[in-house]
Ligand binder design. Structure first.
Ligand code: AMP
Ligand code: MG
Length: 401
Protein backbone atom coordinates (compact mmCIF):
# COMPACT_ATOMS: atom_id res chain seq x y z
CA UNK A 1 0.00 0.00 0.00
CA UNK A 2 1.21 3.47 -0.86
CA UNK A 3 1.74 6.03 1.83
CA UNK A 4 -1.46 7.96 2.45
CA UNK A 5 -1.82 11.63 3.28
CA UNK A 6 -2.58 13.09 6.69
CA UNK A 7 -6.04 14.06 5.47
CA UNK A 8 -6.74 10.55 4.21
CA UNK A 9 -5.59 9.07 7.51
CA UNK A 10 -7.78 11.48 9.42
CA UNK A 11 -10.80 10.61 7.26
CA UNK A 12 -10.26 6.87 7.74
CA UNK A 13 -9.95 7.19 11.53
CA UNK A 14 -13.06 9.35 11.54
CA UNK A 15 -15.05 6.41 10.12
CA UNK A 16 -14.44 4.56 13.38
CA UNK A 17 -15.64 7.25 15.77
CA UNK A 18 -17.82 5.33 18.21
CA UNK A 19 -20.45 6.14 20.78
CA UNK A 20 -19.75 4.18 23.97
CA UNK A 21 -23.16 4.91 25.45
CA UNK A 22 -23.83 6.46 28.80
CA UNK A 23 -23.80 5.65 32.50
CA UNK A 24 -24.80 7.29 35.76
CA UNK A 25 -22.27 8.68 38.21
CA UNK A 26 -22.58 10.62 41.48
CA UNK A 27 -22.25 14.32 40.68
CA UNK A 28 -19.24 14.49 42.99
CA UNK A 29 -17.40 12.21 40.55
CA UNK A 30 -18.54 13.91 37.37
CA UNK A 31 -16.02 16.73 36.85
CA UNK A 32 -14.33 16.41 33.46
CA UNK A 33 -16.90 13.92 32.16
CA UNK A 34 -19.35 14.71 29.37
CA UNK A 35 -22.96 15.31 30.41
CA UNK A 36 -25.25 12.99 28.43
CA UNK A 37 -28.69 14.24 29.58
CA UNK A 38 -30.28 17.68 29.53
CA UNK A 39 -30.84 19.21 32.96
CA UNK A 40 -34.13 20.91 33.83
CA UNK A 41 -35.19 23.24 36.64
CA UNK A 42 -37.11 21.21 39.24
CA UNK A 43 -38.93 24.41 40.35
CA UNK A 44 -38.85 28.11 39.55
CA UNK A 45 -35.43 29.70 40.02
CA UNK A 46 -35.45 31.54 42.31
CA UNK A 47 -38.38 29.65 43.83
CA UNK A 48 -39.81 32.74 45.60
CA UNK A 49 -39.46 36.53 45.57
CA UNK A 50 -36.12 36.74 47.28
CA UNK A 51 -34.66 39.71 49.15
CA UNK A 52 -31.22 40.54 47.74
CA UNK A 53 -30.18 42.86 50.60
CA UNK A 54 -30.63 43.09 54.37
CA UNK A 55 -33.16 45.77 55.33
CA UNK A 56 -36.93 46.30 55.50
CA UNK A 57 -39.55 44.98 53.12
CA UNK A 58 -42.44 47.34 52.36
CA UNK A 59 -45.25 47.85 49.91
CA UNK A 60 -43.70 50.11 47.25
CA UNK A 61 -46.86 52.19 46.76
CA UNK A 62 -46.76 53.26 50.41
CA UNK A 63 -43.21 54.62 50.11
CA UNK A 64 -43.94 56.18 46.75
CA UNK A 65 -46.84 58.30 48.04
CA UNK A 66 -44.67 59.81 50.74
CA UNK A 67 -44.83 57.50 53.70
CA UNK A 68 -41.35 57.54 55.17
CA UNK A 69 -41.85 55.68 58.45
CA UNK A 70 -42.97 52.10 58.94
CA UNK A 71 -43.77 50.03 61.99
CA UNK A 72 -41.63 46.93 62.14
CA UNK A 73 -44.03 44.07 62.73
CA UNK A 74 -41.51 41.26 62.62
CA UNK A 75 -38.06 40.06 61.63
CA UNK A 76 -37.61 37.33 59.07
CA UNK A 77 -34.39 35.43 58.48
CA UNK A 78 -33.65 33.61 55.22
CA UNK A 79 -35.40 30.25 55.20
CA UNK A 80 -38.24 31.35 57.49
CA UNK A 81 -41.87 31.45 56.35
CA UNK A 82 -42.88 34.85 54.90
CA UNK A 83 -44.46 37.42 57.20
CA UNK A 84 -47.35 39.38 55.69
CA UNK A 85 -48.36 43.01 56.36
CA UNK A 86 -51.97 44.06 56.58
CA UNK A 87 -51.40 47.82 56.46
CA UNK A 88 -49.08 49.78 54.22
CA UNK A 89 -47.68 51.59 57.27
CA UNK A 90 -46.06 48.35 58.36
CA UNK A 91 -42.84 46.71 57.27
CA UNK A 92 -40.90 43.50 57.93
CA UNK A 93 -37.21 43.38 58.68
CA UNK A 94 -35.82 40.87 56.17
CA UNK A 95 -32.40 39.35 55.68
CA UNK A 96 -30.79 38.59 52.33
CA UNK A 97 -32.32 35.42 50.90
CA UNK A 98 -35.64 35.77 52.76
CA UNK A 99 -38.81 34.89 50.83
CA UNK A 100 -41.13 37.90 50.60
CA UNK A 101 -44.84 37.61 51.25
CA UNK A 102 -47.01 38.80 48.30
CA UNK A 103 -48.04 41.82 50.43
CA UNK A 104 -44.43 43.10 50.15
CA UNK A 105 -42.75 44.12 46.92
CA UNK A 106 -39.72 46.32 47.71
CA UNK A 107 -36.76 46.11 50.04
CA UNK A 108 -34.93 49.15 51.46
CA UNK A 109 -31.34 48.59 52.57
CA UNK A 110 -30.35 49.08 56.21
CA UNK A 111 -27.91 51.72 54.93
CA UNK A 112 -30.90 53.83 53.80
CA UNK A 113 -32.99 53.68 56.98
CA UNK A 114 -32.75 54.52 60.65
CA UNK A 115 -34.54 52.44 63.30
CA UNK A 116 -35.83 53.83 66.57
CA UNK A 117 -38.40 52.33 68.98
CA UNK A 118 -39.59 49.77 66.48
CA UNK A 119 -40.10 52.34 63.71
CA UNK A 120 -37.97 52.31 60.55
CA UNK A 121 -37.59 55.68 58.80
CA UNK A 122 -36.20 56.13 55.31
CA UNK A 123 -33.31 58.58 55.20
CA UNK A 124 -33.09 61.10 52.35
CA UNK A 125 -34.87 60.93 49.00
CA UNK A 126 -34.99 57.39 47.68
CA UNK A 127 -36.88 56.59 44.53
CA UNK A 128 -38.95 53.63 45.69
CA UNK A 129 -40.04 51.22 43.01
CA UNK A 130 -41.84 47.90 43.12
CA UNK A 131 -39.30 45.10 42.70
CA UNK A 132 -36.35 46.97 44.10
CA UNK A 133 -33.73 44.81 45.81
CA UNK A 134 -35.57 41.64 45.16
CA UNK A 135 -35.00 38.76 42.79
CA UNK A 136 -38.41 37.85 41.35
CA UNK A 137 -39.58 34.24 41.42
CA UNK A 138 -38.77 32.38 38.20
CA UNK A 139 -36.70 35.25 36.79
CA UNK A 140 -33.71 32.98 36.05
CA UNK A 141 -35.61 29.85 34.97
CA UNK A 142 -39.16 28.57 35.05
CA UNK A 143 -39.92 25.13 36.48
CA UNK A 144 -39.28 22.54 33.74
CA UNK A 145 -37.09 24.87 31.68
CA UNK A 146 -33.75 23.48 30.47
CA UNK A 147 -30.79 24.73 32.51
CA UNK A 148 -28.01 22.77 30.75
CA UNK A 149 -28.06 21.13 27.34
CA UNK A 150 -26.13 17.93 26.63
CA UNK A 151 -23.58 17.03 25.43
CA UNK A 152 -21.46 19.34 27.50
CA UNK A 153 -18.21 19.04 29.42
CA UNK A 154 -18.97 19.00 33.14
CA UNK A 155 -17.24 21.88 34.92
CA UNK A 156 -17.46 23.09 38.54
CA UNK A 157 -20.22 25.61 37.69
CA UNK A 158 -22.33 22.88 36.11
CA UNK A 159 -21.93 20.70 39.19
CA UNK A 160 -23.14 23.66 41.25
CA UNK A 161 -26.15 24.01 38.98
CA UNK A 162 -26.88 20.28 39.32
CA UNK A 163 -26.72 20.60 43.09
CA UNK A 164 -29.15 23.53 43.03
CA UNK A 165 -31.76 21.47 41.19
CA UNK A 166 -31.21 18.39 43.36
CA UNK A 167 -29.60 16.40 40.56
CA UNK A 168 -27.01 14.46 42.55
CA UNK A 169 -26.66 11.67 39.99
CA UNK A 170 -25.74 12.60 36.45
CA UNK A 171 -25.89 10.64 33.21
CA UNK A 172 -22.52 10.97 31.49
CA UNK A 173 -20.91 9.58 28.36
CA UNK A 174 -19.33 6.23 29.05
CA UNK A 175 -15.57 6.09 28.51
CA UNK A 176 -13.86 3.52 26.30
CA UNK A 177 -11.67 0.93 28.02
CA UNK A 178 -8.12 1.65 26.89
CA UNK A 179 -4.98 -0.50 27.01
CA UNK A 180 -1.60 1.13 26.42
CA UNK A 181 1.08 -1.26 25.20
CA UNK A 182 4.68 -0.24 24.71
CA UNK A 183 7.14 -2.58 23.04
CA UNK A 184 10.88 -3.04 22.75
CA UNK A 185 13.52 -5.31 24.30
CA UNK A 186 15.72 -2.29 24.93
CA UNK A 187 13.12 -0.34 26.92
CA UNK A 188 13.41 -0.81 30.70
CA UNK A 189 11.06 0.44 33.44
CA UNK A 190 11.82 4.01 34.58
CA UNK A 191 12.54 2.71 38.10
CA UNK A 192 15.43 0.52 36.97
CA UNK A 193 18.94 1.44 35.85
CA UNK A 194 19.41 0.90 32.10
CA UNK A 195 22.55 -0.81 30.85
CA UNK A 196 24.65 1.44 28.54
CA UNK A 197 22.61 0.21 25.57
CA UNK A 198 19.15 0.37 27.04
CA UNK A 199 16.64 3.21 27.50
CA UNK A 200 13.96 3.99 30.03
CA UNK A 201 10.36 3.72 28.87
CA UNK A 202 8.36 6.90 28.71
CA UNK A 203 5.72 6.48 25.99
CA UNK A 204 3.29 4.51 28.15
CA UNK A 205 3.17 7.00 30.99
CA UNK A 206 2.85 9.91 28.54
CA UNK A 207 -0.17 8.34 26.85
CA UNK A 208 -1.66 7.39 30.21
CA UNK A 209 -1.28 10.99 31.41
CA UNK A 210 -2.98 12.42 28.33
CA UNK A 211 -5.90 10.03 28.88
CA UNK A 212 -6.25 11.07 32.49
CA UNK A 213 -7.31 14.49 31.23
CA UNK A 214 -10.35 12.76 29.81
CA UNK A 215 -10.90 10.88 33.08
CA UNK A 216 -9.85 7.63 31.41
CA UNK A 217 -7.84 5.29 33.61
CA UNK A 218 -5.93 3.28 31.03
CA UNK A 219 -4.05 0.08 31.87
CA UNK A 220 -0.42 -0.13 30.74
CA UNK A 221 1.54 -3.12 29.46
CA UNK A 222 4.99 -3.65 28.03
CA UNK A 223 5.94 -6.37 25.57
CA UNK A 224 9.35 -7.52 24.45
CA UNK A 225 9.97 -7.96 20.73
CA UNK A 226 8.79 -11.58 20.68
CA UNK A 227 6.20 -12.38 18.02
CA UNK A 228 4.57 -15.17 20.01
CA UNK A 229 4.30 -13.09 23.16
CA UNK A 230 2.99 -10.10 21.23
CA UNK A 231 0.38 -12.21 19.46
CA UNK A 232 -0.98 -13.98 22.53
CA UNK A 233 -1.00 -10.84 24.68
CA UNK A 234 -2.73 -8.73 22.04
CA UNK A 235 -5.30 -11.50 21.45
CA UNK A 236 -6.34 -11.19 25.09
CA UNK A 237 -6.28 -7.40 25.12
CA UNK A 238 -8.45 -7.18 22.01
CA UNK A 239 -11.15 -9.06 23.93
CA UNK A 240 -10.95 -6.87 27.02
CA UNK A 241 -10.51 -3.34 25.65
CA UNK A 242 -12.21 -0.95 23.25
CA UNK A 243 -8.98 0.81 22.32
CA UNK A 244 -5.40 -0.41 22.03
CA UNK A 245 -2.70 2.25 21.94
CA UNK A 246 0.64 0.74 20.99
CA UNK A 247 4.08 2.27 20.72
CA UNK A 248 7.02 0.86 18.78
CA UNK A 249 7.52 -2.15 16.57
CA UNK A 250 5.68 -0.88 13.49
CA UNK A 251 8.65 0.13 11.30
CA UNK A 252 10.88 -1.82 8.89
CA UNK A 253 13.13 -3.36 11.57
CA UNK A 254 13.72 -7.12 11.80
CA UNK A 255 12.05 -7.11 15.26
CA UNK A 256 9.11 -4.85 14.42
CA UNK A 257 6.45 -7.53 14.82
CA UNK A 258 3.38 -5.49 15.69
CA UNK A 259 1.70 -5.22 12.23
CA UNK A 260 2.32 -8.93 11.55
CA UNK A 261 0.91 -9.98 14.93
CA UNK A 262 -2.15 -7.76 14.56
CA UNK A 263 -2.89 -9.06 11.09
CA UNK A 264 -2.46 -12.67 12.21
CA UNK A 265 -5.07 -11.93 14.88
CA UNK A 266 -7.50 -10.76 12.24
CA UNK A 267 -7.22 -7.05 12.99
CA UNK A 268 -8.15 -5.31 9.74
CA UNK A 269 -5.41 -2.93 8.65
CA UNK A 270 -7.05 0.39 7.70
CA UNK A 271 -3.72 2.02 6.85
CA UNK A 272 -0.02 1.71 7.49
CA UNK A 273 2.32 4.67 6.96
CA UNK A 274 1.40 8.28 6.44
CA UNK A 275 3.26 10.86 4.36
CA UNK A 276 4.31 12.80 7.45
CA UNK A 277 7.16 13.57 9.78
CA UNK A 278 7.34 12.58 12.52
CA UNK A 279 5.24 9.43 12.80
CA UNK A 280 5.49 8.03 9.27
CA UNK A 281 5.06 4.29 10.18
CA UNK A 282 1.81 4.80 12.13
CA UNK A 283 -0.43 1.69 11.72
CA UNK A 284 -4.17 1.80 12.29
CA UNK A 285 -6.68 -1.04 12.30
CA UNK A 286 -9.98 -2.29 13.66
CA UNK A 287 -11.20 -5.57 15.08
CA UNK A 288 -14.91 -6.09 15.76
CA UNK A 289 -15.71 -3.23 18.13
CA UNK A 290 -12.07 -2.40 18.96
CA UNK A 291 -9.79 0.16 17.36
CA UNK A 292 -6.00 -0.16 17.32
CA UNK A 293 -3.67 2.81 17.06
CA UNK A 294 -0.09 1.50 16.69
CA UNK A 295 2.37 4.39 16.76
CA UNK A 296 6.08 4.26 15.99
CA UNK A 297 8.21 4.23 19.17
CA UNK A 298 9.98 7.57 18.83
CA UNK A 299 8.53 9.64 21.69
CA UNK A 300 7.94 12.72 19.52
CA UNK A 301 6.12 10.55 16.96
CA UNK A 302 3.96 9.02 19.68
CA UNK A 303 3.12 12.42 21.09
CA UNK A 304 2.34 13.97 17.73
CA UNK A 305 0.24 11.03 16.50
CA UNK A 306 -1.63 10.82 19.80
CA UNK A 307 -2.55 14.50 19.67
CA UNK A 308 -3.17 14.71 15.94
CA UNK A 309 -5.13 11.47 15.44
CA UNK A 310 -6.19 9.82 18.68
CA UNK A 311 -7.31 12.90 20.67
CA UNK A 312 -9.69 14.19 17.93
CA UNK A 313 -11.06 10.66 17.53
CA UNK A 314 -11.63 10.42 21.29
CA UNK A 315 -13.22 13.86 21.53
CA UNK A 316 -15.58 13.05 18.68
CA UNK A 317 -16.45 9.70 20.23
CA UNK A 318 -17.24 11.40 23.54
CA UNK A 319 -19.14 14.23 21.79
CA UNK A 320 -16.75 16.78 23.21
CA UNK A 321 -15.83 20.00 21.40
CA UNK A 322 -12.55 19.66 19.52
CA UNK A 323 -9.83 21.02 21.78
CA UNK A 324 -7.41 21.71 18.95
CA UNK A 325 -6.97 22.20 15.20
CA UNK A 326 -7.18 26.02 15.00
CA UNK A 327 -5.02 28.28 12.86
CA UNK A 328 -1.97 30.27 13.95
CA UNK A 329 0.56 32.55 12.29
CA UNK A 330 4.01 31.13 11.57
CA UNK A 331 6.59 33.18 13.49
CA UNK A 332 9.58 32.74 11.17
CA UNK A 333 10.53 31.33 7.77
CA UNK A 334 10.88 27.55 7.56
CA UNK A 335 12.23 25.31 4.84
CA UNK A 336 11.36 21.61 4.73
CA UNK A 337 12.26 19.67 1.58
CA UNK A 338 11.23 16.01 2.13
CA UNK A 339 7.94 15.06 0.42
CA UNK A 340 6.28 14.66 3.78
CA UNK A 341 3.79 16.70 5.73
CA UNK A 342 5.85 18.26 8.46
CA UNK A 343 4.59 18.70 12.00
CA UNK A 344 6.92 21.23 13.54
CA UNK A 345 7.06 21.81 17.28
CA UNK A 346 6.03 25.35 18.10
CA UNK A 347 5.40 27.62 21.03
CA UNK A 348 2.06 29.41 20.66
CA UNK A 349 1.82 32.90 22.08
CA UNK A 350 -0.69 35.70 21.70
CA UNK A 351 0.99 38.92 20.57
CA UNK A 352 0.02 42.50 21.46
CA UNK A 353 -2.61 42.60 18.70
CA UNK A 354 -4.20 39.39 19.95
CA UNK A 355 -2.80 37.32 17.07
CA UNK A 356 -1.70 33.76 17.89
CA UNK A 357 1.90 33.39 16.73
CA UNK A 358 3.66 30.02 16.45
CA UNK A 359 7.39 30.15 17.07
CA UNK A 360 9.11 27.02 15.74
CA UNK A 361 11.62 25.10 17.83
CA UNK A 362 13.66 23.57 15.06
CA UNK A 363 13.88 23.64 11.30
CA UNK A 364 15.68 20.47 10.33
CA UNK A 365 12.81 18.06 10.69
CA UNK A 366 14.18 16.01 13.55
CA UNK A 367 11.87 16.03 16.52
CA UNK A 368 13.55 16.67 19.83
CA UNK A 369 11.85 15.01 22.78
CA UNK A 370 13.02 17.57 25.34
CA UNK A 371 11.48 20.42 23.31
CA UNK A 372 8.05 18.97 23.96
CA UNK A 373 7.92 20.58 27.37
CA UNK A 374 8.83 24.04 26.00
CA UNK A 375 6.68 23.80 22.89
CA UNK A 376 2.91 23.62 23.34
CA UNK A 377 1.72 22.62 19.87
CA UNK A 378 2.58 21.03 16.54
CA UNK A 379 2.12 23.19 13.47
CA UNK A 380 0.95 21.23 10.43
CA UNK A 381 2.79 22.52 7.35
CA UNK A 382 1.25 21.68 3.95
CA UNK A 383 2.62 18.69 2.10
CA UNK A 384 2.83 20.33 -1.34
CA UNK A 385 5.31 23.01 -0.34
CA UNK A 386 8.90 23.28 0.86
CA UNK A 387 9.06 26.97 1.86
CA UNK A 388 6.89 28.40 4.59
CA UNK A 389 6.95 32.13 5.22
CA UNK A 390 6.72 34.08 8.41
CA UNK A 391 3.20 35.52 8.68
CA UNK A 392 1.41 32.65 6.89
CA UNK A 393 -1.49 30.89 8.62
CA UNK A 394 -1.33 27.15 9.27
CA UNK A 395 -3.19 24.64 11.42
CA UNK A 396 -1.88 23.93 14.92
CA UNK A 397 -2.45 21.01 17.25
CA UNK A 398 -2.13 22.37 20.72
CA UNK A 399 -1.45 19.92 23.52
CA UNK A 400 -0.74 22.31 26.39
CA UNK A 401 -1.78 25.87 27.36
P1 AMP B 1 10.64 1.43 17.35
O1 AMP B 1 9.52 2.21 16.71
O2 AMP B 1 10.18 0.24 18.08
O3 AMP B 1 11.71 1.10 16.34
O4 AMP B 1 11.28 2.39 18.42
C1 AMP B 1 12.07 3.48 17.99
C2 AMP B 1 12.70 4.13 19.17
O5 AMP B 1 11.70 4.79 19.93
C3 AMP B 1 13.37 3.24 20.19
O6 AMP B 1 14.64 2.89 19.81
C4 AMP B 1 13.41 4.15 21.37
O7 AMP B 1 14.44 5.11 21.25
C5 AMP B 1 12.08 4.85 21.27
N1 AMP B 1 11.08 4.17 22.07
C6 AMP B 1 10.43 3.03 21.77
N2 AMP B 1 9.58 2.68 22.75
C7 AMP B 1 9.69 3.64 23.68
C8 AMP B 1 9.07 3.87 24.94
N3 AMP B 1 8.16 3.03 25.45
N4 AMP B 1 9.42 4.95 25.63
C9 AMP B 1 10.33 5.81 25.14
N5 AMP B 1 10.94 5.65 23.97
C10 AMP B 1 10.64 4.58 23.24
MG1 MG C 1 11.13 -1.27 18.91
Amino acid sequence: MDLITVKEAEDIIQLYVKDYGSEEVPYTMSSGRVLAEHLYADRDLPPFNRATVDGIAIRATAGAVGSKSFTIIGTQAAGEPPIAITTERACVEVMTGAALDPSLDAVIRYEDISVENGIATIKGAIDIKAGMNLHVRGKDKRKGEMVAAAPRLICPALIGLAASIGKTTLTVKKLPRVAIISTGDEMVPPESAPTPFQLRRSNGIVMQSVLQRYMIQADTYHLNDDIGLIRTTLAGLLKDYDVLLLSGGVSMGKFDYVPQALQELGVAKRFHKIRQRPGKPFWFGTHHESVVFAFPGNPVSVFMCLNRYFVPWLERSLKMPQSSGRMAVLGRDIEFKPPLQYFIQVQLETDKEGVIVATPFDSNGSGDFSNLIYANAFMELPLERTQFRKGELFKVWQYKN
